[in-house]
Design a protein around this ligand. Sequence first.
Ligand code: CAA
Length: 368
Amino acid sequence: MVPAQLDEFREYVREVAESIKQFSMIVDREDRFAKESVSKVFESGLAGVIIPEKYGGLGLTTKHYVIFIEELTKVCPSTAVTFAVTSGLSAGFLINFASEDIKREYLPKVSSGEYIGAFALTEPCCGSDAGNLRTRAEETDGGFKLNGQKVFITNASVANFVITMASTDPEKGKKGITAFLVDTDSKGFLVLKNEYKLGWRGSVTSTIVFDDVFVPKDKVIGKRGEGFKYALASLDAGRIGIAAMGMGTIARALEISTEYVKENGLTDNENFTYRLADLAWMYEVSKEYTFKAAEKKDKGENFTKEASIAKLVASEYAMKSVNIMMDILGPDGVVWGEAERLFRDTKVLEIGEGTSEIQRMVISRTLL
Ligand code: CAA
């Protein structure tokens, strides 16, 4: 039984996270999907953290989700992002916008660990300018045929389904984009390559191709032409997940640094102890903004600005925090080990699910 009280919930996640610790350096070294860790998290029941109980999930809040992702990040950022995309971005998309039939078919399988999800928006032509995407969905007998290419898609090569944005009405631009649920065993769904990456090497990031992939009508998600808005709304929620990863990164950088300062007799040296203080306040500030966004989301209020602020603050502080950690550890940080892995795993937080500049754009638009 997963406890609902927040502190007890955190303890439960910590125990699960502890059980995957043994794999986090191995998957990084071997540059392969963290399948053992992902299985263990699925066994814990936590994958369905925000999925309603009627679809087999835990029906808990976004704050629980933040704690879940934060604690996984402290141990294995690769596993954390696999679940941020499956349990957060993809499941959230279905909860908010899919038909009852799709929810009944897919959400219980995410909750139970049978299904991994992915979210495909980015294309070679268009990353930040996602509304200009070129993947086409032509109407055909009983459904649509998809053709196009998506890049940097987390989980794509291990996923069972990919929520895919494609243009059904190119002449309408952004208003012609529709969301589709594509089963990855569909004919014509191809994984072109998995990226060899700086960090998150235990998670997969792929280029995928849609070569005349047939998607039946009942796998259209929501209304035709509304896909881009669904994607942006889902990214708002997704950004809370990345902010949670930022929190986990800062928390772990603080733990590693504190241990180092204590073990090396540096507790009276302000050059070191003041840096620990910086890590501590960066964590608290990131937590404050991330929980604020989570709370607004749970109250059903608009949280676009808060999610972007949380993502911007937590990801930029996370990058600063791993730099500080490396300064504290000196040569002990750059040799192969957890510190250098965490350092490499962090840069992408400022890039994925909208770069820092995109967050600034989103925030500024809410002010004007
Ligand atoms: N929620 C709901 N609807 C929204 C919205 C939101 N947060 N933001 C805008 N909209 C609506 C607008 O109201 C508008 O609707 P109307 O036409 O009816 O008025 C429509 O969506 C289009 O909005 P904009 O004209 O403002 O859109 P834009 O083209 O100017 O783009 C943007 C805005 C913020 C730059 C957006 O393109 C963006 O967020 N880009 C970054 C994309 C991104 O984050 N990509 C990451 C992909 S996922 C990933 O990293 C990898 C992975 O595997 C997970």
